[in-house]
Design a protein around this ligand. Structure first.
Ligand code: NDP
Length: 249
């Protein structure tokens, strides 16, 4: 129970990677609150014992998010996991799609982190872990907005880590490769709906992207988050750790 007495907030903790992170933190002894837009999903996570509590909020609402977070007990561990991945060729990337990707994957990280950081600094202990992506470390076709947002999240991580390096608060990012969640299933379905390729061939392409020839499992991403939050990681800050089977190094 290495995280006993710590309160963790996991954005997007209702499913996928966020739910796996919530489970891992709970197992390590933290009191976990999950945040998302849909109460039923979050309720189910709490009912299953994956988290202790939930809060309904949208990370893209820069006014409501800090108010919702202010209602919570002080947050010792913030996992910025909420995100979405829409794709389009660059010339068909609308300003609306661009704004959506930046709002959820980058500005949401800024707003949530700013809401909890003063408390962490005052208590001289805190962990901020952002689930970025390999798309934050390298480029992929058709996801320029998503990749720009995830590169931005890594830039924020690096800059903030240096700014508060001596404070007792660490700031790191985990960069999963293609991971077995609803997000990837939705991406596969969207590409297949364009009609040129079968679901199987698209899934095979995602799988082949990893030198290990498989999708990452959410629990493997959660294990990396746990490392950044656990004892012995105090000197590790500003790092972006790929969990991607060797795809990005
Ligand atoms: P899922 O789509 O399975 O889950 C996304 C979660 O984010 C949901 O719980 C969703 O809850 C929440 N969410 C989405 N938008 C908002 C919002 N505006 N406000 C609050 N919560 C929101 O995705 P994954 O688990 O796969 O992805 C989690 C993170 O990992 C994302 O940041 C993603 O970019 C990143 N990632 C995923 C990869 C993959 O291949 N799966 C690879 C690399 C990175 P709700 O809809 O109820 O609000």
């Amino acid at each position: 129970m290495t995280l006993g007495g710590r309160h963790a907030l996991v954005t997007g903790g209702g499913q996928g990677i966020g739910a796996a992170v919530a489970r891992a933190l709970t197992t390590a002894g933290a009191r976990v609150t999950v945040l998302g837009r849909h109460a039923e999903t979050l309720e189910a996570v709490v009912a299953a014992g994956t988290a202790a509590a939930y809060v309904v909020a949208d990370v893209t609402d820069a006014t409501a998010l800090p108010s919702a977070m202010a209602e919570l007990a002080p947050v010792d561990i913030l996992v910025n996991n909420a995100g979405a991945a829409e794709s389009a060729p660059f010339v068909r990337t609308t300003s609306e799609l661009w704004a959506r990707m930046l709002a959820v994957n980058l500005t949401g990280v800024f707003v949530a982190t700013q809401a909890v950081l003063p408390g962490m600094l005052a208590r001289r202990w805190g962990r901020v872990v952002t689930i970025a992506s390999t798309a934050g470390l390298t480029g992929y076709p058709y996801v320029s907005a998503y990749a720009a947002a995830k590169h931005g999240a890594i830039g924020l991580t690096r800059a903030l880590a240096r700014e508060i390096a001596a404070s007792g608060v660490t700031v790191n990012a985990v960069c999963p490769g293609y991971t077995q969640t609803a997000l990837i299933e939705t991406s596969i379905a969207r590409i297949a709906a364009r009609g040129a390729r079968s679901t199987e061939s698209i899934r095979a392409e995602f799988t082949r992207a990893s030198p290990q020839g498989r999708l990452v499992q959410p629990e493997e991403v959660a294990a990396a988050v746990l490392y950044f939050c656990g004892p012995g990681s105090d000197a590790v800050t500003g790092v972006s750790l790929p969990v991607a089977g060797g795809e990005v190094q």
